[in-house]
Design a protein around this ligand. Structure first.
Ligand code: ADP
Ligand code: MG
Length: 751
C-alpha cells in the first residue's frame, strides 16, 4: 500500500509484541519523557490510545493554511511560509524581539519571539513550516507569541527526524494541546509504527473482504501516513466501520443473552378483563396502536422475555397500549408492574389507570365485577400501614397491576407472579430496562419488559443506543387531538406582551381551565437554589426572581393573578404534598382546587390534566428543545386547544432564540428531535462526557452515518448468530470487552 511508503527502517527492526500489542504502555516504546507528555498533555497511555488518536485534518504540502479562517483565542496549527524576519531591540528593557511574518500567500500573521535572536538563522525567508500556538490579535494583526514550530525540510540540510516526519505529501495535523504539538504526536506515531508488529484485526476477514475494507494495520498506516487523499478515505472508512461494528456486536450479544433467558408465555385462553376494558374505552384505537398491540401480544407469547421500546410523541397513546398489555397478562393469571421515574408520575399513572379502568379496578370489593382486578400503588413516602397493605396485595396476587417508582424493582418487592414490567422512562435510557429484566417471577423466569419513551429517538440513535432492543413507534396522534400553538414572548423587547401573558392566563382560568407556569428554578432560598435536575445550570448566575417558582408564585398571587388560586410544585415538597397539589390541580370539581400551578420540570413527563390548556414557560431558553417539547405536551390533552408561551430574554438571532423559534414552529417531535441531534454534540446524545475523555466513537457520527450503522449491524448480527460467544474471534471478543470496560460505554448504561 502506498501509505506505508513513509516507513523507514530504524536499524533495530520491529520490536515484536504480538500479545496485547495495543495495550502496551507507551512508556515502554517511546521512552519515559515522551510517554509522560502524551499522557499528561493528551491523555494517551497505551499504544492503542496513540494509534487511535487520528489526525484532525491533513495539510497538503505546498497548500498553506487559509489564515483568514483563524479566530482570536483559538489554539491552532497552521502551515505557512516565512516572508520576512526582523530583529529589533526591546524598547524598555534589555533584549531583542524577533518578529517573523508568515503568509498563506494572501494574508499574513506575525510570530514574535523574545530574546531568541538565533532563530533568525532558522526562520529563513521562503521556508515553510507548521506553527502552533494560541491566536491573538495585536493592532489588527493576527499573531502567535512564542509559537512552537517545525520547519518543513527544504532539501538542503536538516534534522533527519524532521525529514522522516514530513516525508509524505499530506501532513497530518493532530488534535494537540499547549503541551504537546501536532508534530510531536506525529513523531511518536512514527516511532510506534516503525517498531511494532502489525496489530491484530478485530474485524473478521470475511466481513472485511465482502466490504472491501482495509485490514487494521493498513488502515492505521493509511490514516497516519497517507500519500493521497484516497489513502485517508479508505482508512477512515474502515476505521469508522470498525467502531460501528464493535458496538453492534456488543448489542447483538446482549440481545442474544436476553433471548437465552427463560420467560413464561403469557397467552390467556380468554381475555375477559381486556375485552371489558376495550368495551369501556371512549374511543377506538388508532391503527398504530392496534399494530403495536399485536406485536406485543406476539412478544409475550414467546418463552424468552420481550424487550421492547415503545416510542411515540407525547399524547400518541402509549399509556393505553401499555395498559392493554398489562390487562392481557392479568387475564393470563400474571401481574404487571408499571415503573415511573418520579413519585408524582407514579401517582398520576395510578390515578389515570384507575380512572380508565373504572369498576374494573375494584377487584375484591363486594359486588365488584368478576373480571376486575386491583391496582396497587407503592411509593416511598407512603405510611407504613398503607404500604404494608399494598405489599400484601402484591405478594398474594390480589393486585394485578402495581404502580410505583423504579424503586419497586430495585427493592425487590415480592410479587405473586410478575409477568410484565412496563417502564415509563425519560432521558434515562437503558438502566431501568436492564434492571427490570433482572427481576424474577415465581418460577425464576424473567418478566417481559416494555419501555415507553416520549422522546422520539431518531432511527440511527435507536440502532446505536438501543440496538439490543426491539423498537415500535406510534407515529400518528389520535384523531381529534387539538393542536398546540406556541409563541415566543421576548420579555425585554415586549414588556406589554408579558402583561398580556398574565391576562391571558386569567382568561383561561375564568373559562374553567387550568394553567401551568414552568420555571427553571425553585428559588425562595437563593443559597440552596435547587433546580430539579435541570440540565444546564450555572450556579454563579443570580436567581431571576421572575423565573423561580416560589418568588414568582408569590408575586403572581399578589399581583397579576390576584384572586386566582396559585399553587406550587417542585422537588422540595414531600411526596404527600406533591400528591395533594397534583390532585387539587387535576380535579376541577373540588372546592379547594388550584387554578395555576407554578412548577419546576417535575411536571415534565406524563402528567395528564385534561383541563390544562395553557403553559407559560419562564426563561424558556434555559431548557433544551426536547425538554420544551415534552413540557408543552402537558397541555391540550383534553380536546381543548393548547397554548404554550415561551418567555425569554434571548436576543433575536442568538442560538438560544433559534432553538425557541424552532420549537414554536413545529409540533413534530421527530423533526425537533433530529434538530436537537444536529445541534448537540454526538457525545451528548450518547451521554458521553464533555470532560474531554476519550470516546469509543471517534469517527462515527450517529446523525451522519446511518448507512454504516445499518451495514455494521447486519454484519454483527450474522457474526453473533454463527458464534454467540465469539470463540472463533478472540480479537473481536477482546475489542468488545474493551468497549464494555471503557468508561465511555457507560453511555449504554446511563445516557
Ligand atoms: P402518551 O402516554 O403517549 O403521552 P396517552 O396514552 O396518555 O399518551 O394518551 C393521551 C391521551 O389520548 C389520553 O387522554 C388518552 O386517553 C387519549 N387517547 C389514547 N388513545 C386514543 C385514541 N385512539 N383515540 C382518542 N384518544 C386517545
Ligand atoms: Mg402517557
Amino acid at each position: 500500500m502506498s501509505a506505508s511508503s513513509g516507513r523507514t527502517e530504524r536499524g533495530e527492526g520491529p520490536l515484536v509484541v504480538p500479545a496485547d500489542l495495543m495495550r502496551t504502555r507507551l512508556a515502554s516504546v517511546l521512552g519515559g519523557r515522551t510517554a509522560d507528555a502524551m499522557r499528561k498533555g493528551l491523555g494517551l497511555e497505551t499504544v492503542e490510545d496513540l494509534l487511535r488518536h487520528y489526525p484532525r485534518r491533513y495539510a497538503e504540502r505546498g497548500e498553506l493554511t487559509d489564515l483568514r479562517t483563524l479566530t482570536e483565542g483559538e489554539q491552532v496549527t497552521v502551515l505557512a511560509e516565512v516572508r520576512q524576519v526582523t530583529v529589533r531591540p526591546m524598547r524598555n528593557r534589555r533584549g531583542t524581539i524577533l518578529e517573523a511574518v508568515v503568509t498563506d500567500g494572501r494574508d499574513s500573521m506575525s510570530l514574535t519571539f523574545f530574546n531568541q535572536k538565533w532563530r533568525e538563522g532558522q526562520l529563513r525567508v521562503g521556508r515553510s513550516g507548521l506553527f502552533a500556538g494560541q491566536v491573538s490579535v495585536f493592532r489588527g494583526q493576527l499573531q502567535l507569541t512564542h509559537p512552537e514550530f517545525e520547519l518543513l525540510p527544504d532539501g538542503v540540510d536538516d534534522d533527519p527526524l524532521a525529514v522522516l516526519a514530513f516525508a509524505g505529501a499530506l501532513i497530518p495535523i493532530y488534535p494537540a494541546s499547549k503541551a504537546v504539538t501536532s508534530w510531536q504526536v506525529h513523531k511518536a506515531v512514527d516511532v510506534v509504527l516503525d517498531q511494532l508488529a502489525d496489530p491484530p484485526d478485530p474485524i473478521p476477514e470475511d466481513v472485511r473482504t465482502g466490504r472491501d475494507l482495509l485490514p487494521l494495520a493498513d488502515a492505521i498506516r493509511g490514516v497516519h501516513r497517507p500519500t493521497t487523499r484516497e489513502d485517508v478515505r479508505s482508512a477512515v472508512d474502515r476505521l469508522r466501520f470498525e467502531e460501528a461494528f464493535t458496538l453492534q456486536v456488543l448489542l447483538a450479544q446482549r440481545r442474544a443473552e436476553v433471548m437465552a433467558l427463560p420467560a413464561t408465555r403469557r397467552v390467556p385462553a380468554t381475555s375477559p378483563l381486556l375485552e371489558a376494558f376495550d368495551a369501556r374505552l371512549p374511543f377506538t384505537l388508532t391503527e398504530g396502536q392496534r399494530d403495536v398491540a399485536g406485536v406485543i401480544e406476539e412478544d409475550m407469547g414467546r418463552d424468552y422475555p420481550m424487550h421492547r421500546l415503545l416510542q411515540g410523541d407525547v399524547g400518541s397513546g402509549k399509556t393505553v397500549v401499555a395498559l392493554r398489555a398489562m390487562l392481557r397478562v392479568v387475564d393470563a393469571g400474571g401481574q404487571a408492574a408499571l415503573l415511573a421515574p418520579t413519585e408524582v408520575l407514579a401517582g398520576q399513572h395510578y390515578r389515570s389507570i384507575t380512572a380508565l379502568l373504572g369498576p374494573l379496578a375494584d377487584g375484591g370489593r363486594l359486588g365488584s365485577d368478576d373480571n376486575s382486578t386491583r391496582v396497587a400503588l407503592l411509593t416511598g413516602s407512603q405510611r407504613t400501614a398503607q404500604r404494608r397493605r399494598e405489599l400484601l396485595d402484591i405478594v398474594s396476587g390480589d393486585a394485578g397491576i402495581v404502580v410505583g417508582t423504579h424503586a419497586l424493582i430495585q427493592e425487590n418487592v415480592d410479587f405473586h407472579d410478575l409477568a410484565l414490567v412496563v417502564v415509563d422512562e425519560q432521558h434515562r435510557f437503558g438502566v431501568e430496562q436492564r434492571a427490570a429484566l433482572s427481576a424474577k417471577s415465581r418460577d425464576g423466569s424473567r418478566p417481559h419488559v416494555l419501555v415507553m419513551t416520549a422522546t422520539p429517538i431518531p432511527r440511527t440513535v435507536a440502532m446505536t443506543v438501543f440496538g439490543d432492543v426491539d423498537v415500535s413507534t406510534l407515529s400518528e396522534l389520535p384523531a381529534g387531538r387539538a393542536p398546540i400553538v406556541t409563541h415566543v414572548v421576548v420579555a425585554r423587547e415586549q414588556p406589554a406582551h408579558v402583561a398580556r401573558v398574565w391576562q391571558r392566563v386569567r382568561e383561561e382560568v375564568d373559562a374553567g381551565h387550568r394553567v401551568f407556569v414552568v420555571c427553571p428554578r425553585i428559588g425562595g432560598d437563593a443559597a440552596d437554589d435547587a433546580t430539579d435536575g435541570l440540565v444546564s445550570d450555572d450556579a454563579a448566575e443570580p436567581v431571576n426572581p421572575s423565573a423561580a417558582v416560589i418568588p414568582l408564585a408569590q408575586s403572581l398571587a399578589e399581583g397579576e393573578l390576584a384572586g386566582l388560586r396559585v399553587g406550587v410544585l417542585h422537588g422540595r415538597l414531600s411526596g404527600d404534598e406533591k400528591d395533594d397539589v397534583m390532585r387539587r390541580f387535576s380535579d376541577t370539581s373540588i372546592a379547594d382546587g388550584i387554578d395555576v400551578m407554578v412548577a419546576t420540570t417535575v411536571i415534565e413527563v406524563g402528567v395528564d390534566v385534561p383541563q390544562a390548556t395553557t403553559m407559560v414557560i419562564m426563561d424558556a431558553d434555559r431548557f433544551g428543545i426536547s425538554q420544551l417539547h415534552q413540557l408543552r405536551g402537558r397541555v391540550g390533552r383534553g380536546g381543548l386547544p393548547g397554548l404554550c408561551l415561551l418567555v425569554t430574554d434571548a436576543e433575536t438571532g442568538s442560538p438560544a432564540r433559534e432553538r425557541l423559534d424552532a420549537v414554536a414552529s413545529t409540533t413534530d417531535g421527530f423533526a425537533l428531535s433530529a434538530l436537537d441531534l444536529d445541534l448537540r454534540r454526538e457525545g451528548d446524545v450518547l451521554g458521553s462526557s464533555q470532560s474531554g475523555r476519550r470516546s469509543s466513537l471517534r469517527l462515527l457520527e450517529v446523525s451522519r452515518h446511518e448507512d454504516v450503522i445499518i451495514d455494521a449491524r447486519a454484519a454483527a448480527v450474522a457474526v453473533i448468530g454463527a458464534d454467540p460467544d465469539l470463540v472463533a474471534h478472540p480479537v473481536l471478543a477482546a475489542a468488545v470487552a474493551d468497549l464494555v470496560r471503557d468508561e465511555q460505554s457507560e453511555f449504554l448504561e446511563k445516557a
